[in-house]
Write a protein that binds this ligand. Structure first.
Ligand SMILES: [Zn+2]
Length: 83
């Protein structure tokens, strides 16, 4: 039974929305859990971010970006319902 290489480590991602409703991606470093932020709009698929704390490279895949965009859409819908 070999399931370990099925899924490359899934990043813990979250989003911050600022008052202009611009999304900032928050990524937890898999090695040290330090949180890195990057503007979602300027992040390209398959880019690598460097953790400023432990210096490891964190690969952001297209899939991670899709998840982030999905989150963003849901946050916007939520927010729209409030007003
Ligand atoms: Zn780190």
């Amino acid at each position: 039974m070999q399931m370990e290489n099925e899924m490359p480590s899934t990043l813990k991602i979250d989003l911050n929305i600022d008052k202009h409703k611009r999304p900032t991606l928050v990524i937890a470093c898999p090695s040290c859990q330090h949180e890195l932020t990057h503007h979602l709009e300027t992040l390209l698929p398959d880019s690598t971010l460097n953790c400023e704390k432990c210096n490891s490279g964190i690969g952001v895949t297209r899939n991670d970006l899709l998840r982030a965009q999905d989150l963003y859409t849901r946050i916007l819908i939520d927010d729209g319902g409030k007003t």
